[in-house]
Design a protein around this ligand. Sequence first.
Ligand code: IMP
Ligand code: MG
Length: 176
Amino acid sequence: MHKDCKEILVSGEAITKRCEELGAQISKDYAGKELILVGLLKGSVPFLAELSKHIDIDVYFDYMDVSSYDGVMSGNIAVLTDLTQDVAGKHILIIEDILDTGKTLSTVMDLLKERDAASVEICTMLDKKEGRQVDIQAKYVGFDVPNVFVIGYGLDFNQKYRNLPYVGILKEECYM
Ligand code: IMP
Ligand code: MG
C-alpha cells in the first residue's frame, strides 16, 4: 500500500470482478445498438480500460475533458477535449471515476443530449451519494463509497496517485 494511503476501500480484484458484472449487464442492455463509451479524462481511464474488456458487443471509444466553473458561472463548463465523432442517433455511455456533487456529469449529459444522441447514460466506478447537490443518477454504479476523499484507480489528489491499482482513502495529513 502507498504510504499516503490510510486504508484500501476497494481492491483491484474487487474492481475487476465488478467490471465483469457491469460488462455483462451493459452487453445485454445495448445488444444490437451502436454504443460509444465516452471516458471523461483523466480519471476514467483505468476503469474504462478494465470495464471495456468485459463488454462483448461492438463499442467505440471516445473521450472528453471538461473543466467546470463554480459560483458565478455555475453550470457552465469549458470543453478542453471534445469528442472526435458525430454522436447524433448513437447511444452514449459516459464513463466516470466518481460521481460526487453531480455538477460535472449533469452538464456533460445536457451537452451530449443537445447533440441529438439517441440516449445518454452514466457508468461510474464509484458513487459518493452523500455528496450529491444536483439530481442525477448513474445507470451503472461500481461501488457506493462514503463521503471521504479517495485516491487511486484513476482518482487523483493534485494529479497524483492515479496509478494506484486500488481505491484507497488519502491520509488527512496529506491535504491538511
Ligand atoms: P462532481 O460530481 O461534479 O462533484 O465531480 C466529480 C469529480 O470530482 C470527479 O471526476 C473527480 O475528479 C472529483 N472528485 C470528487 N470526489 C473525489 C474524491 O474523493 N477523490 C478524487 N477526486 C474526487
Ligand atoms: Mg474527474
